[in-house]
Design a protein. Structure first.
Length: 502
């Protein structure tokens, strides 16, 4: 990263970008100041959504109208399709001149990435939801940037504790700012079933009535609410991956319908945090009718290509039954037009190279995942002892768990997704995802405390080139976000490992 030493108040933002871009060239004699009469120009319809997203960030804090217009003229910001071939499908070029900021990309996805870099180049108060005093100055620069991995994900568990649509949208906004492009939504577990399935209404009537700790209520999303969140995410360049865990982690379903149990009897609702005790009845045809209906209804509401079937910790399902189950379920997902992804245990049951295993283990070797990578499967890396956001930072952390160890910020940063797992090299890694399980997480403030600052760590590991990963350089870049997060009201953990900017 090449940066100049001009006026620190403006230029420092070039040195504080997260994730670190591929190439930054500072133009020390140039700055651009966004003016009240500025416009956001778009060169083609593909730029409309990124332009609307940018305007949604800038209008409240600047108080400027910032109309979106076709064509590029005068001063302001331009979003254009057409860029250097090196940026690929998800990268961008950003050029700052005295008259305008021009973001170029080959796709809308790339424009979104460029827009989020521009946000970080503007003063932190640009993130405010009320009008602030300017000036809105951007340092002169030319940036060329593209991601290391295609998949940069964040997972939120709403089954252990339920979170409202507005709370989920708040988290989506927060992850979007760091170029996260997949939102993995864990929607069912032993403690709750969180989305309306019209052909099985008791899943939410009964299974969606409680959570860890025993709170009662209508703790689920209607299909309209689910679709609303999916669209909200898409408007921020984020693809939703719905997860319905099976055959284990299914007590909420087993409590809703007796026929899903081998003895035909409903299970009691469960509000604890143990795992591994539940299983769908593998031998019954109704089990697969149930799964077919769930996959069919949710797939129809989900434009993204992936359906996550869980598959982990099926401790009450014998191995032979587990294989039999997956041999029936994987074709169901495919029938409804989706690609199956799941926790890595499931990959031992199939040789289909389109399937995407998500590695959550704490060991640096796993034979089944290595075999899958050798066949050609792409792996999403989520090792629990490195990137699980619900692990405590240290023994004094009041939230979270520690079964995978304590994960301070430097620990979360200090691993290489492209060489972490034996037999799973760089070319076999689809990307990185940071899961957040919610056994102890009850509020948005809880989510934020555990996710920040480790979520930006995951974002950098997924986006930035391996040659750019350096803790001593990353820590001050991360610390520069403190004023921005304070303005946004993000309840972050102020790790002593990070030099936080005042």
């Amino acid at each position: 990263m090449v940066v100049g030493s001009a006026d620190a108040a403006v230029k420092s933002s070039l040195q504080e970008l997260v994730p670190a871009p591929v190439q930054v060239e500072a133009h020390n004699d140039i700055t651009f100041t966004l003016a009240a009469d500025a416009k956001i120009g778009i060169g083609s319809p593909e730029a409309t959504k990124p332009a609307e997203y940018l305007a949604g960030v800038l209008r409240p804090s600047t108080g400027f109208a910032l109309p979106i217009e076709h064509g590029v003229s005068g001063t302001g910001i331009a979003l254009l399709i057409g860029a250097d071939a090196r940026v690929g499908d998800h990268g961008y070029q950003l050029d700052v001149t005295p008259k305008n900021v021009v973001i170029r990309a080959k796709t809308a996805s790339g424009l979104f990435a460029g827009v989020n870099t521009l946000r970080q180049l503007l003063p932190p108060k640009v993130e405010a939801k009320t009008k602030q005093a300017g000036p809105w100055t951007v340092p002169g620069a030319s940036i060329l940037d593209y991601p290391r991995f295609a998949h940069r994900g964040a997972m939120l568990d709403v089954a252990r504790h339920f979170f409202t649509v507005d709370q989920v949208k708040r988290y989506i906004d927060q992850i979007a700012a760091f170029k996260i492009n997949y939102f993995h939504w864990h929607l069912s577990d032993d403690q709750g079933w969180r989305v309306e399935i019209k052909s099985w209404p008791d899943l939410t009537k009964i299974g969606g009535s409680t959570e860890v700790g025993g709170r009662k209520g209508q703790l689920f999303y209607t299909q309209a609410q689910y679709s609303d969140v999916v669209k909200y995410a898409a408007d921020r360049n984020i693809t939703v991956i719905p997860e319905f865990d099976m055959p284990g982690h299914t007590n909420a379903a087993l409590a809703s319908y007796g026929e899903l149990n081998c003895d035909g009897k409903k299970r009691p609702l469960y509000t604890g945090t143990d795992v591994g005790f539940s299983s769908l009845c593998i031998a019954k045809d109704v089990t697969y009718k149930f799964i077919d209906d769930v996959v069919r209804e949710i797939s129809a509401l989900t434009p993204g290509p992936y359906f996550h079937i869980g598959g982990d910790e099926a401790l009450s399902t014998p191995d032979a039954d587990y294989v039999k189950f997956m041999n029936k379920v994987l074709p169901i997902v495919k029938k409804h037009g989706k690609t199956t992804t799941g926790w890595h245990e499931f990959i031992k049951t199939s040789t289909d190279t389109a399937l995407v295993p998500q590695y959550w283990g704490t060991e640096k070797s796993n034979a089944a995942v290595a075999d899958a990578a050798k066949r050609g499967n792409k792996v999403v890396m989520s090792p629990a002892n490195k990137i699980y956001l619900d692990m405590k930072y240290n023994k004094n952390t009041k939230l979270g768990l520690n079964w995978a160890g304590y994960i301070e910020v430097k620990d979360a940063y200090s691993w290489n997704p492209g060489s972490y797992l034996t037999g799973v090299g760089e070319g076999s890694v689809r990307g990185v995802e940071a899961p957040l399980w919610t056994e102890t997480i009850k509020t948005s403030a809880d989510i934020e405390y555990m996710a920040f600052p480790r979520l930006p760590v995951a974002a950098e590991l997924g986006w930035s080139q391996s040659s750019a990963l350096n803790w001593d350089k990353f820590a001050p870049r991360l610390g520069a976000f403190a004023p921005r997060w304070k303005i946004q009201g993000i309840n972050y953990y102020a790790s002593s490992q990070v030099p936080w900017k005042k």
